[in-house]
Design a protein around this ligand. Structure first.
Ligand code: ATP
Ligand code: MG
Length: 700
């Protein structure tokens, strides 16, 4: 039932997506030539040609095949390693939670009679804070980039923005981990580990690396939720701005391998080899029957997620010193423990222990023998398990007061936790909050309707609530359908009702030049002339070394791309990184003549320097060398993309999105350079309250 829309989607995607580069047919020819060696001239191109950027390619046909095979191998490796990491995380979390549970439980049992409950409370709080401290210290002092879920950063990276250190080796939630693994594996080396395996050197380029990172993110999602298709859809909707069909299959492959690896090793760990019943870290369990009706009133609650977003953004960080950050994280952990403890203690929602109890640990806590504390199933559990109980425990397992108190407190705790200096996100907390109010809603519905039995499946409302809450917060609608296995209709409503996801808000607050799907709606009257940067710093094809060094050293401009001109007309474009490699190897005209035996600069020298090119200050150029000349002809991109000044902003925007451009040169009718457009010039324009607004560019 739920697979049908997904299958349809894939069908449509498969049919439509390559439209950017593929020809389509205009009108039907009268007669189709049945000859595979023939190309008909009747079919015309329906758009103007968009040529892919020139890139160094292997010259022999076997080269292409080898490359393609390496890509698949890399994707398999990415999936395997991501699955392995997920497996380790899962085992560690289960064991740590188990230890915490037994220690605290035994303590409570020991002290309930003697009346020393505060000791149990302190123990819990200390355990919580200790775990959190380890996490927070690592993040605050060693790798601040690992804070949060990593999803906004990965989104930006896949959009084409370089976020410093985003894919350096570090731990992080699954999506981030997958991306990091992918970046490391695909480059055949790790800068953090200072190791170069001298393999996959061809892939040391932005475009290739980005493709692999989207595969890694997909593998992460797939391992977290046991949903390979969900992983692919996540990469498709959240990430990869530049997509092609082969990518779909490679990413799907990585996702499958990752789920399978996790499943395989976990089933061995659980002593059920070959059983393969734990495909994801978060397993929602199976619903016996499909939801047999659709309750539209639930849909109205979707926007509830928006409130959480606002609060989260408000608390988005006011503490900046690492020590304070660690202390804050520990404080939050301790407060969480205290609040949970108080809630469990004061709740008198004791339920009889049924024969088919789904929890592994019977959470008796302060209840009589043969009973369990239902507040504790929500609070004193790993959140994944709490979600599962909310979904599957039989009607009557929770009383409404418990659920409402839980929703409220957990909500505020989640807000406070968001953006702490630990590697954690809002994904699971929002699922849990949603499941709690969903279930509450289901119970109330059953109470107020006369024919209660029809509505009496609170677990299903919990599922809807979870999907609505998560959708309201992250707005990842396509992948959610698959991940939470919920009705497509609900998801479509989320898509329509929720204006912006939390991750997008996060990205906006960090002033990242993010290119959305489309140019702002009212920007048609803007042209390249208005948005471009001018006058442009250009180089001559044969340029003095001193001039190049001076331009690159100018910290006030710090540009990365420079058009190359011959007298005035454009003949190429060269990047700062290329110039730096040239200067480093002293590829000067005079030296080349005097030392004919000198090794020629090769593509490999550029790849080896990727992605961390040295700064210009670290390159020494003597006074004599400054007088030398440098011939850029061989190294520049001889066919940079250019547009006339009259091109509209939406058109420029489309070029940037479709081709993944970095610099677009604006020329006049004589091919003279008049301006330069970069993604920052485009991202400056956004639709505000008063129509089109323009943001300032600042060096921060
Ligand atoms: P990126 O930062 O994406 O690597 P970049 O550093 O080359 O690219 P931006 O930082 O986006 O360029 O440029 C900031 C501003 O400077 C933009 O308004 C852009 O138009 C302008 N600009 C970029 N390169 C040049 C150049 N060579 N000459 C003049 N202006 C430029
Ligand atoms: Mg820049």
């Amino acid at each position: 039932m739920k697979t049908a829309p997904v299958a349809l989607l894939f069908l449509i995607l498969n049919q439509m997506h390559p439209s950017l580069l593929q020809d389509s047919v205009r009108g039907c020819p009268k007669e189709i030539p049945h000859n595979e060696k023939l190309l008909s001239l009747k079919y015309e191109r329906d758009r103007e040609t968009l040529m892919p950027p020139p890139s160094p390619l292997p010259s022999r046909p076997q080269g292409f095949k080898c490359l393609e095979i390496s890509r698949w191998v890399i994707c398999g490796l990415i999936g395997f390693l991501t699955g392995l990491i997920a497996c380790c995380i899962d085992i560690a979390v289960e064991n740590l939670a188990g230890v915490k549970y037994y220690v605290v439980k035994q303590n409570i049992e020991k002290f309930t009679e003697v009346g020393g409950l505060s000791i149990s409370l302190i123990l819990w709080a200390v355990l919580n804070s200790a775990f959190v401290m380890v996490g927070a210290v690592i993040v605050a002092f060693f790798e601040p980039g690992a804070a949060g879920s990593g999803i906004p950063q990965i989104k930006c990276y896949l959009n084409g923005v370089k976020i410093p250190r985003v894919v350096r080796l570090k731990e992080g939630p699954m999506i981030h981990s997958g991306a990091v693994v992918a970046a490391g594996v695909s480059q055949g080396r790790s800068t953090s580990l200072k190791k170069d395996f001298k393999i996959f050197e061809y892939f040391r380029r932005d475009t290739e690396k980005r493709d692999f990172v989207s595969a890694g993110a997909a593998a992460g999602v797939s391992a977290a939720f046991g949903a390979p298709v969900g992983g692919v859809l996540f990469s498709l909707e959240e990430g990869a701005s530049f997509w092609n069909q082969m990518l779909t299959w490679r990413i799907f492959f990585a996702s499958m391998i990752s789920t399978f690896t996790l499943n395989f090793f976990l089933s061995i760990y659980n002593n059920k080899p070959g059983d393969l019943s734990s495909p994801g870290l978060i397993n929602f369990g199976r619903f016996e029957s499909d939801v047999s009706f659709l309750d539209f009133s639930t849909l109205l609650l979707v926007n509830y997620g928006a409130i959480l977003k606002c609060v989260c953004v408000c608390v988005l960080r006011y503490v900046h010193r690492p020590c304070l950050q660690v202390m804050e994280a520990m404080l939050v952990a301790a407060v969480t423990a205290t609040v949970s403890f108080a809630m469990i203690y004061f709740s008198n929602d004791c339920q009889p222990l049924g024969p088919d109890q789904s929890e592994d640990y019977p959470l008796q806590l302060f209840c009589a023998d043969g009973e369990y504390n239902s507040m504790a199933t929500a609070f004193f559990n790993t959140p994944e398990r709490s979600v599962r109980s909310l979904f599957h425990n039989p009607p009557g397992s929770y009383n409404p007061l418990t659920l409402s108190l839980f929703t409220l407190t957990y909500f505020f705790l989640a807000c406070w936790t968001y953006g702490l200096t630990v590697s954690a996100g809002v994904f699971i907390p929002s699922l849990l909050i949603g499941a709690a109010w969903g279930r509450l809603f289901g119970i109330l519905l059953a109470a107020i309707t006369p024919n209660g039995s029809v509505w009496a499946v609170p677990g299903k409302y919990a599922l809807m609530g979870a999907a609505a809450q998560l959708g309201g917060i992250v707005r990842m609608t396509l992948s959610l359908t698959v991940i939470t296995t919920v009705y497509t209709v609900l998801i479509i409503v989320i898509h329509l009702v929720v204006p912006q996801g939390l991750y997008d808000i996060h990205i906006k607050l960090q002033s990242v030049p993010f290119l959305h799907l489309e140019a702002p709606a009212t920007s048609h009257w803007l042209t390249a002339r208005e948005v471009m940067g001018a006058p442009v710093t250009c180089f001559n094809r044969i340029e003095k070394v001193g001039t190049i060094v001076d331009v690159l050293s100018n910290t006030s401009t710090n540009h990365n791309g420079f058009p190359v001109v011959v007298p005035v007309a454009i003949c190429g474009l060269i990047l700062r990184s290329q110039l730096i490699v040239l200067l480093k190897h002293k590829v000067f005209v005079e030296l080349a003549r005097s030392r004919l035996t000198q090794r020629k600069l090769q593509l490999k020298d550029f790849r080896d320097a990727y992605p961390r090119f040295p700064p210009i200050q670290s390159i020494h150029v003597s006074q004599d060398e400054r007088e030398c000349m440098m011939d850029l002809t061989e190294f520049m991109n001889p066919t940079p993309y250019t547009v006339p000044q009259e091109t509209s902003l939406p058109r420029v925007f489309k070029l940037f999105r479709a081709l993944g451009l970095r610099h677009l040169v604006v020329v006049d009718s004589e091919n003279r350079v008049v301006g330069l457009v970069t993604r920052k010039d485009l991202a400056r324009y956004h639709l505000g309250k008063h129509g089109l607004e323009e943001m300032q560019l600042a060096q921060t």
